[in-house]
Design a protein around this ligand. Structure first.
Ligand SMILES: Cc1cc2nc3c(=O)[nH]c(=O)nc-3n(C[C@H](O)[C@H](O)[C@H](O)COP(=O)(O)OP(=O)(O)OC[C@H]3O[C@@H](n4cnc5c(N)ncnc54)[C@H](O)[C@@H]3O)c2cc1C
Length: 508
């Protein structure tokens, strides 16, 4: 940073803010990112967690978005083959809903619209014979189609983008909220509130302000110019339910509903099935969003239309909910509102770039487009490195795209005392950096205190030192999903441990 002024200040530590921070820092720009809570504490930890083209968006003629998103699948998979992996989706034909020829046509377009080199193509299934027909209502679903998309650990993708940005020089300030924004002709002066118990305020300066506040994009705009929340954002709630594992095979289902929507049922965290999602307009504080009883009923009913064993609200072990910050294109129904992103550049003084909409899947392209849009305000050197982000692995992702099993085997060889499940979980979460987490330990005792569920002190301290974790929820619901396995008392013990160590870890 020259003259104490950052090139870019980014508001929001969700996928879009962290993606822009990484791309910008990799181009040599000085970057300051602030996040009012934990990384990915907003929408970016509440997704269905698919890196997908969005088969359904074809019906809304969103060809630009679907093309870009399909092409990103293999780019992102290569960048982070530990937290992203291919999945096969089974779409059963349902009499009275979309005809089989339309499904086939949609999937033909899906297979050919974006680059697909490694992911297998669509195939037709006889559900009376295929294993995927077995959990479904007998006799009702005979024909199905199976196609490819990918899974992503959404909140980890955010943390790894932040980590990579920081390793390239960006400042990542979590639990820090933008509270004032004063605009000059060339420079922003930004007032920041540290939200930790003893936190104070401070001011930083930046030449460009990027508003990547997701569902809060309107609030940040209001701060910057006293403008009311703009009409161009539409907040749409989406909820998921998690139940005990419903079936044995490793494929996912995409079910069509009579209301023209679709829902997914996806193998989740080995022992569970994830079902979602919903679409309903949302009013209120996005941080307070919660799955409603009506949404839980809806998801159970939609799944029970297909599965032989009914899914009921009593089966639900966890729910989560998020607010989509969609660009308001005036669609009548929430489900039809565009999923594409819009970048709004305001140059009435120092530049302000606001981001509306976007998918986890397209975050990297969104970041590139954001920096292109700002090109005339950036040094020439930053403009010349346009395409580095897709060719460089994220932290821990520096192994071959189809080499995950080899990574696990190598880890097991070098750490034979680790349980198989524990070893695999660490490989999934940290990739090649699992070795940094294990820090040369030669036995379980060296991993320190055991918090339960395969979580040890060594991992907790790694997350606190290298991934900005400060509270138990940061670890058990965002850096991992161990909250599904830990008891309330175990989480409380983790909370006390983290509170004791937070100062010393932050200082490192
Ligand atoms: C139910 C659901 C399912 C989805 N499924 C998928 C999917 O399967 N695949 C896919 O690709 N996409 C999916 N999406 C879309 C995707 O999750 C979002 O588009 C994406 O996460 C938005 O990221 P973001 O960075 O814009 O917003 P956020 O993740 O919300 O980040 C914005 C951040 O800004 C912070 N912030 C706000 N105001 C301030 C301030 N004043 N100071 C500091 N920080 C501030 C917030 O705390 C927040 O963390 C889904 C979305 C939902 C809701």
């Amino acid at each position: 940073m020259s003259d104490g002024i950052y090139d870019l200040a980014i508001i929001g530590g969700g996928i879009n803010g962290c993606g822009i921070a990484r791309d910008a820092a990799g181009r040599g720009l000085s970057v300051y990112l602030c996040e009012q809570s934990d990384l990915a504490s907003g929408t970016s930890s509440a997704a269905t967690k698919l890196i997908h083209g969005g088969l359904r968006y074809l019906e809304n003629y969103e060809f630009r978005l679907v093309h870009e998103a399909l092409a990103e699948r293999e780019v992102l998979w290569r960048m982070a083959p530990h937290i992203i992996w291919p999945l096969r989706f089974v779409l059963p034909y349902h009499r009275g809903l979309r005809p089989a020829w339309l499904l086939r046509l949609g999937l033909f377009i899906y297979d050919h619209l974006g680059g697909r080199r490694l992911l297998p193509a669509t195939r037709t299934l006889d559900l009376t014979k295929d294993a995927t027909g077995r959990p479904l209502k007998p006799g009702q679903y005979k024909l199905g189609f199976e196609y490819s998309d990918c899974w992503v650990e959404d909140a980890r993708l955010v943390a790894l983008n932040a980590q990579d940005a920081a390793e390239r020089g960006a400042v990542i300030a979590t639990r820090t909220r933008l509270v004032t924004a004063e605009r000059g002709a060339d420079v922003w002066r930004l007032g920041l509130q540290d939200r930790r118990p003893a936190g104070g305020t401070k001011t930083i300066s930046a030449r460009i302000l990027v508003n990547a506040a997701g569902p809060w994009v309107g609030d940040v705009l209001a701060l910057t110019e006293g403008r009311d929340a703009p009409a161009s954002v539409r907040l749409v709630q989406g909820s998921h339910i998690v139940v005990r594992r419903l079936y044995e095979h490793d494929r996912c289902y995409i079910f069509q509903n009579a209301d023209n929507r679709i829902i997914f049922a996806i193998p989740f965290e080995n022992d569970f099935t994830l079902i979602g999602t919903t679409d309903s307009d949302y009013v209120g504080d996005p941080a307070a969003v919660k799955a409603t009883a009506a949404e839980i009923e809806y998801l159970c009913a939609a799944a029970s239309e297909y599965f032989a064993a009914a899914v009921t609200p009593a089966d639900v072990v966890w729910t989560y909910s998020g607010v989509r910050p969609l660009y308001d294109d005036g669609a009548v129904e929430a489900q039809s509102t565009t999923r594409d992103y819009v970048l709004e550049l305001d140059t009435k003084g120092a530049p302000l770039l606001s981001i509306f909409g976007g998918k986890i899947t397209t975050y990297r392209r969104l970041a590139q487009h954001a920096l292109e849009k700002l090109a005339s305000y950036l040094p020439a050197a930053a403009q010349s490195q346009r395409d580095w982000s897709g060719r460089t692995p994220l932290p821990g992702g520096d192994f071959p795209v189809q080499g995950f099993e080899t990574l696990v085997t190598d880890l097991r060889r070098d750490y034979p005392w680790l349980d198989a499940g524990h070893c695999r979980r660490l490989a999934r979460a940290y990739g090649t950096r699992a070795r940094t987490v294990l820090a040369g330990a030669t036995g379980k005792a060296a991993l320190g205190r055991d918090f339960g569920g395969g979580l040890y002190e060594a991992e907790v301290l790694y997350l606190m030192r290298s991934e900005w974790a400060e509270q138990a929820a940061d670890i058990v619901w965002r850096r991992s999903k161990l909250g599904l396995r830990l008891s309330v008392d175990q989480i409380a013990a983790l909370e006390s441990f983290m509170a004791e160590h937070v100062q010393e870890c932050a200082a490192q």
